[in-house]
Design a protein around this ligand. Structure first.
Ligand SMILES: [Zn+2]
Ligand SMILES: [Zn+2]
Length: 391
């Protein structure tokens, strides 16, 4: 006999979200958020495990229709070091920190789904509700995997979603393969020989060399990479010198590399190193490069993506699910989970007039709370109805 789902209402979902929004916590510091998540999950009657990678939480729900596949639904809980400029009643109460990426909404939608599914677990198999720390920069997903996420809780597939400014509310986008780029970061120190600015021949001009290197970097993409494989190298910080009449000895650069293809990623890194070596040889400099391979590309499983798109259409309506959007050059640490088993990461429209992600006036759109919750519940229904996942 099928149970009747007890859906949390808009008011309840919104109350959770606004509470998280007022109390934003950054990477691995999500103690209050994590405690609240665990408290709510326990109140729904779920089997709750805390402390994975510090603040990570996993709740387990077994279906009442017997054995079947094991899946994971994942939300992120962390906020950013951004000072909120919104004046709303639920604005951040912590100076310098805010939920500028909507993870407060992601957490609340998954909590709603957990409550709904716990009230009527009419499926065959097991659902894991994964609440992860530190999505922004710090790789909380990787930390949870290293802490034994998939060993303690074996899963056959894993799913996630992100709100997407620019897409209308009530619409979604599903990519069949690549959805978010890989991301690396670098710190480069070039050391020359400082001297009087009036006598540059007595020094080694690291500043001139750094400028040449920066202008050459786009050519590593535009003239060396296949044009149909998107890639970006951006220098985002350039620090040198303090006064008018001194050639600085040390130049510090920072930046990032983004692409989707892993062999290409290795090639770009190698050619970046070659360009630095050549520049140093030409100008007589020394270089110290700290190149940090960060997140892999997020690649959806095509068969599972098809199911997610069908489920989203059933929730949002015909014509509301885009399948034609290009991937984002931004990155996402769900990529680590999608490397462990088939995964799908979808975008849920946050509104055409939404401030962009990470903007101090951004806010998660509350109209999405029931939509995201219903997507999760419908997805579980579609995936765990007959004992097997998409081939
Ligand atoms: Zn973000
Ligand atoms: Zn985010």
């Amino acid at each position: 006999m099928m149970n009747t789902i007890k859906w949390p209402g808009q008011q309840e979902l919104q109350a959770w979200r606004h509470d998280f929004h007022r109390h934003p916590e950054t990477a691995f510091q999500e103690h209050r958020t994590s405690a609240r998540v665990a408290e709510l999950l326990k109140s729904f009657g779920l089997d709750v495990h805390t402390g994975l990678a510090g603040t990570g939480v996993v709740a387990v729900l077994k279906g009442n229709m017997g054995a079947g596949p094991s899946i994971g639904l994942r939300a992120d809980m962390d906020a950013l070091n951004v000072t909120e400029l919104n004046q709303c009643e639920h604005a951040s109460t912590h100076a310098g920190r805010m939920h500028a990426c909507g993870h407060d909404g992601h957490t609340s939608m998954l909590l709603g789904a957990a409550q709904a599914l716990a009230s009527a677990p009419d499926f065959a198999g097991t659902v894991h509700f994964i609440f992860q720390p530190a999505e922004e920069n710090e790789g909380g997903a990787r930390a949870m995997i290293e802490a034994g996420l998939f060993k303690r809780f074996p899963m056959d597939a894993v799913y996630s979603m992100h709100n997407w400014p620019g897409l209308p509310v009530g619409t979604a986008a599903v990519h069949s393969t690549a959805v978010m780029a890989a991301f690396d970061i670098f710190d480069l120190t070039l050391t020359g020989k400082g001297c009087h600015a009036a006598m540059p021949h007595l020094g080694k001009d690291a500043l001139l060399a750094a400028c040449q290197l920066v202008t050459h970097l786009p050519a590593l993409i535009a003239r060396e990479q296949e044009v149909h494989k998107p890639a970006v190298v951006s220098v985002t910080s350039f620090n040198a010198g303090d006064t008018y009449n001194v050639m600085p000895e040390v130049i510090k650069l920072r930046g990032t590399v983004r692409c989707f293809d892993m062999p290409q990623r290795a090639r770009i890194e190698q050619r970046f190193r070659d360009a630095i070596s050549a520049t140093c040889a030409l100008h007589g400099l020394e270089a110290h490069l700290d190149y940090r391979v960060s997140y892999p590309a997020t690649i959806n499983n095509p068969q599972h993506a098809e199911v997610c798109a069908e489920v989203l259409t059933s929730v949002l309506g015909e014509g509301k699910v885009r399948r034609d959007m290009v991937p984002s050059m931004a990155s996402e640490d769900f990529a680590f989970m999608a490397q462990e088993c088939p995964g799908v990461y979808i975008w849920l429209g946050n509104g055409e007039d939404s401030a962009s992600l990470h903007n101090p006036k951004y806010d998660f759109n509350d109209a999405n709370l029931p939509l995201g919750m219903r997507y999760w519940v419908a997805l579980v229904g579609a995936l765990l109805k007959d004992g097997k996942l998409p081939a």
